[in-house]
Design a binder for this molecule. Structure first.
Ligand code: G1P
Ligand code: ZN
Length: 543
């Protein structure tokens, strides 16, 4: 079959961020753009000749077309075998699981996660390595270097592969194997949890709502929650994936999962609510009248994981991204296990998981996961919660109240200023950075700053150092404020301000978070001059 070598030129701005390359769909669809980045990825990982790759995505607009291009390019670059999810579907954790269980050399995941999908919205592509996790910084840097020097890409002039039917085909000498995207994932999680106990919980009348947000977890949740675990049909809502996620924003937080939040705070609230994002790696947990912040969810899961069979021997350690609240640190301390603080982005957990230093990891941005895969895993978190609820017989709000009573409560909120002029966002960060050396011991607003720095991480496994990972202000009395620029935005810059306040006074554990955080918020906005420098009078999203 003919193979083409097409001349191409370096394209500016193909710098992969925290989660691969994310751009407007229209940019990815420009002539040669996707091809250019795919070839840079293949070159950046040392070629794909003779290799096995897992390929799948979250089903968003352009997913299937892009997969056909990637297959043709993999064939032309002499890959041996591509394992593709049926109809091009694979949740991100399911892809990670497949890379690991099939011993693949890596995988290409097509997703822009929780960003909206469609011709006017976002698309993304990321490479995961043989451990099933996002490419390390070193690999990402090599891919980026290749985007700057690329001259040609290779593509087979072959008809589309049949990816709608299970089975094995051939493309230019490369095997294309189409697999059931759900079966292998179900086998993997079934081992970790007491499914019989969760089935009994549902049989006893326990009610749940899972909002798949018109995204990839719909089929997984239908199969596992309503199928294997016997939850009544109707438990899963918005469960049919659509290329534009029903026109919504598949980000499981109180703003975008409002339908679920309203139900959980209404008169007929089910016992338990959960949601997952575009590609199935994020999760939101909400009890009856009780929203659980992702940081608190991580802490609760760390405290109770031993109740699930897969974690019955306890945890080797836990890890959280730096902006994630310190609630899990307090749990780790009481358990006598290590707690690692890493930069934002799941890739930093990979080494800790591989080395057996951490069992559970999490991020404030609704990501929780464990060493069963090398991605965060939305459904996994929901299943672990269900296992804990089944085992303890307690409600979500009772579990949280118990955790706060024993460990204190870390009130938490994140302010996002989106699509800020990049120069202004940079100027704000530079100005704050310049103030850091003088802040310790100084009063900021009504509170004294204990320590101020820019976070850098020394990986305890490979010794690599990552600098410039967010500005943090540690405040006296349990407060903390963090500033960083998002690495996943597709327009301008997104400034994230993370606010935290520890409260241990038993009479103050049920405050409104906004009230508990008022002092930290005033201090953070005051010292950064954020609103004046950026011209923004309020954040676009508060979670
Ligand atoms: C965001 C989250 C981060 C997460 C990433 C990928 O990155 O903040 O925790 O790992 O998405 O889901 P950011 O846009 O902040 O760089
Ligand atoms: Zn995601």
């Amino acid at each position: 079959m003919p193979m083409q070598t097409v001349r191409t030129n370096p394209i500016e701005g193909q710098k992969p961020g925290t989660s691969g390359l994310r751009k407007k769909t229209a940019i990815f669809m420009r002539p040669h753009y996707l091809e250019n980045y795919v070839q840079a990825t293949f070159d950046g990982i040392g070629g794909v000749a003779g290799k096995t790759l897992v390929i799948g995505g979250d089903g968003r607009y352009f997913n299937q077309r892009a997969i056909q291009v990637i297959l043709r390019m993999a064939a032309a670059n002499q890959a041996k075998h591509c394992i593709v999810g049926q109809d091009g579907i694979l949740s991100t954790p399911a892809a990670s699981n497949l890379i690991r269980t099939r011993g693949a050399d890596g995988g290409l995941i097509l997703s822009a996660s929780h960003n909206p999908g469609g011709p006017e919205a976002d698309f993304g592509l990321k490479f995961n390595g043989p451990n099933g996790g996002p490419a390390t910084e070193g690999v990402t840097d090599k891919i980026f270097e290749c985007t700057k020097s690329i001259e040609v890409y290779k593509i087979a002039a072959s008809p589309d592969a049949n990816i709608s039917d299970l089975g094995t085909g051939d493309m230019n000498g490369m095997t294309v194997e189409v697999i059931d995207p759900i079966a292998a994932y179900t086998t993997a999680v079934e081992k970790l949890f007491d499914f019989a106990k969760i089935r009994a919980l549902f049989a006893s009348g326990f009610s749940m709502r899972f909002d798949a947000m018109h995204a990839v977890t719909g089929p997984y949740a239908h199969a596992i929650l309503e199928g294997v675990l016997g939850a009544p049909s109707g438990t899963v809502i918005n469960g049919t994936p659509s290329p534009d996620f029903g026109g919504g924003h598949p980000d499981p937080n109180p703003i975008w999962a409002k339908e679920l939040m309203d139900e959980m705070h209404g008169p007929a609230a089910p016992d338990f609510g959960a949601a997952s994002d575009g590609d199935g790696d994020r999760n939101m947990i909400v009890g009856r009248n009780c929203y659980v912040t992702p940081s608190d969810s991580l802490a609760l899961l760390a405290a109770k994981a031993h109740l699930a069979p897969g974690y019955k021997d306890g945890l080797a350690g836990v890890a959280r991204s730096m902006p994630t609240s310190r609630a899990v640190d307090r749990v780790a301390e009481s358990l006598g296990i290590a707690c690692y603080e890493t930069p934002t982005g799941w890739k930093f957990f990979g080494n800790l998981l591989d080395a057996g230093k951490a069992t559970l990891c999490g991020e404030e941005s609704a990501g929780t996961g464990s060493d069963h895969v090398r991605e965060k895993d939305g459904l996994w978190a929901v299943l672990l919660w269900l296992n804990i609820l089944a085992e303890t017989g307690q409600s979500v709000s009772d579990l949280m109240a118990e955790l706060w009573a024993s460990h204190g409560r870390c009130y938490y909120s994140r302010l996002d200023y989106e699509d800020v002029d990049s120069d202004k966002a940079g100027a704000m960060m530079d100005a704050l950075r310049a103030k850091l050396p003088d802040l310790a011991g100084r009063k900021i607003g009504d509170v004294v700053c204990e320590m101020a720095d820019e976070f850098a991480y020394d990986d305890p496994v490979d010794g690599s150092r990552s600098t410039g990972q967010g500005i943090r202000l540690i405040l006296k009395g349990g407060g903390r404020a963090i500033f960083r620029l998002s690495g996943t935005g597709t327009a301008g810059s997104t400034i994230r301000v993370y606010l935290e306040q520890l409260e241990t006074d038993p009479s103050k554990l049920k405050m409104e978070p906004a009230q508990a955080l008022a002092q930290v918020r005033a201090a953070a906005l005051g010292i950064s001059d954020l609103e004046a420098i950026t011209g923004r009078s309020a954040p676009d999203v508060v979670t």
